[in-house]
Design a protein around this ligand. Structure first.
Ligand SMILES: [Mn+2]
Length: 314
């Protein structure tokens, strides 16, 4: 705890590619807590902060790095199960004397830190950062509360998914008591669309496909067919997931170079983390992802077969 509450030397909080609400909220909450306590800290990641998350207090503090500037004494990563997600930045900031702290809730975390705090029972890494802020005696400001509330809000699907626990709701209640505004967070995340975004969403929803048994639904997007900012703002995989009969929902996105990015969601019947792992990815039992080297059609067929096998075995 000394290591984090009174860090010595240079401190970096490092993010990953495709940063989500949990990662950014946790990164900013810890960064603001350290700064408020008088510790200089650098916040950075291999991806710019998506416009959707620009409302998070402190978001402009996060630097976008293509390469690492050199080693830091202390490097903290939150919500990063695999160092490859830093796109080489962790290797670049990890010197001989560097201490790396890995705070995460992914069950398949690779425990790459010198200190690994991995708690798969936590709904979000934001829950762990909340506990850390308490334990370190840091002040819970409205700005920090907003970031942590966004973390938990994001990873519980707005408190709808099965990982929504008494603990996550108690922490969320305390965060609201400390100045987080649920309506502000939900408004920023879900009510920031332009009219053309809603029209595009309508077209895409019309392209969701459902298996003949009704158990699997998917949406396949060819390369460049949907702008990145739209994809970052819309959690598109939630729509096939919203069909009552569906047990597994899949979003496939062709990204160029013969690769397809895949998001998988389940409702507790099948472990999609295991399916993603079989394709070199990973994640949680109900939310996982992977990248497949194949055409869009091939990737869809591979996944549908793998999901059908998993459903048959349940
Ligand atoms: Mn998370």
């Amino acid at each position: 705890m000394e290591l984090l509450s009174r860090p010595r030397g240079s401190v970096l909080i490092l993010g990953t590619v495709q940063p989500d609400g949990d990662l950014l909220g946790a990164e900013l909450a810890l960064g603001l807590a350290l700064l408020d306590a008088g510790t200089p800290v650098t916040l950075a990641g291999p991806h710019p902060v998506p416009a959707l998350f620009g409302f998070l207090p402190g978001a402009p503090l996060i630097q976008w790095w293509r390469t690492a500037p050199g080693p830091f004494d202390l490097v903290i990563l939150g919500d990063c199960p695999d160092p490859s997600r830093t796109d080489g930045l962790l290797e670049g900031v990890r010197g001989a004397g560097t201490r790396v702290v890995n705070i995460d809730h992914h069950p398949d975390n690779k425990r790459y830190g010198d200190l690994n705090w991995v708690d798969p029972e936590a709904s979000a890494t934001g829950e762990l950062v909340y506990e850390l802020i308490h334990a370190a005696g840091f002040k819970l400001t409205p700005e920090i509360a907003t970031n942590l509330f966004t973390s938990i809000h994001a990873d519980t699907g707005s408190f709808r998914y099965s990982n929504t626990s008494p603990r996550s709701l108690r922490i969320a209640a305390d965060l609201v008591a400390h100045g987080a505004q649920p309506a502000l967070v939900a408004g920023a995340l879900y009510e920031g669309r332009r009219p053309e975004d809603l029209k595009r969403l309508g077209e895409l929803l019309g392209r969701v496909e459902v298996s003949s048994d009704g158990l699997v639904a998917w949406l396949a997007l060819s390369e460049g067919s949907v702008p990145d900012a739209f994809l970052e703002a819309e959690d598109l995989v939630t729509y096939p997931r919203s069909i009552r009969s569906v047990k597994v929902a899949i979003l496939l996105r062709e990204v160029g170079g013969g690769r397809v990015k895949v998001s998988l969601r389940a409702k507790g019947d099948v472990n999609v983390g295991a399916i993603a792992a079989a394709f070199g990815g990973g994640g949680h039992a109900n939310a996982a992802g992977c990248t497949i080297g194949a055409s869009l059609d091939q990737a869809r067929e591979l996944l549908l077969r793998s999901v059908a096998d998993a459903l048959a075995r349940r």
